[in-house]
Design a protein around this ligand. Sequence first.
Ligand SMILES: [Zn+2]
Length: 306
Amino acid sequence: MQSYIVMQGRTYDEEKELGVLWSLQRDSIDNVHHFWERMKEVNEGDRIFHYVKGDIVAISVAKSGYREEQKPTNISLPGSENAKGYLVEVEYHELDKPLTVEDSFDEILPLLPIKYSAFQENANGNQGYLFPCNEELSIKLVELIADLNIYEIDEQQLEFVMGTVQKMEHDFLIPILAETESETKTKLRLGHQRFRNELLPLWNDQCALCKVELPELLQASYAKPWKDCTTKERINPNNGILLCRNHDALYQNGFIAFDGTGKIHISSRIPEEDYEKYGLAKRMTVNRTEKNKPFLKWHKKHMFKE
Ligand SMILES: [Zn+2]
């Protein structure tokens, strides 16, 4: 099961009415765009978060994969009559209480990918249609939506109306949120587990920097984080280093990085006199392979805090 974020704006009501997602295939000068091409990746059972003017207003479940279809007449997109498009049938579940992205942006921002993010750094939505939603972001959105939309029924109220206060829509929403969360968490856990199992022996089961060996203290540390990876990169054991929890935290937060030769770079935010406290030294290197190189470089370029 994959998740996506669709940016709908003024066509939301029309698409909801028809129970579809619909996009163009090419723009007026015949260019293809990733946010339209992504329609072809949707499979039955995938989840879609619907974004309209600052809010996530609905979550839907895809009923099937895409098919090619001209714009349904009910959808008003001027200039796209007779244009070829992609259509996916989905089941919409509108939220009682929409999630305003800006209100929770502190929690959302760290989970956004560098490439193809649905949102800009100022919390505005990006131009486009269908964006990817990685597992960590999907779990976060479900949590935030659940906080707003799943509320305990007041016990006194319950006595009066015998539990019939919940709206039909609400009854459908809860299982969808629960299922999305549990399936996504399982996928994430299995992915991490496989990555760790394959990465451990590559580093002789010890921290690449301080040689700590207690398994409980060892982390399979991603160079290119899960949110930014392709499916293959997520389980590629070359995309990481085995580090103890201390060094992993320094690496994940960009306080240290490694260049193509494996040499450590330490952020200027850590004063030299503190290096020892953090178990760091200027001349440290990790025993990287050629296959680690592109991932270590990616991390240094995008995550290192000079
Ligand atoms: Zn260490």
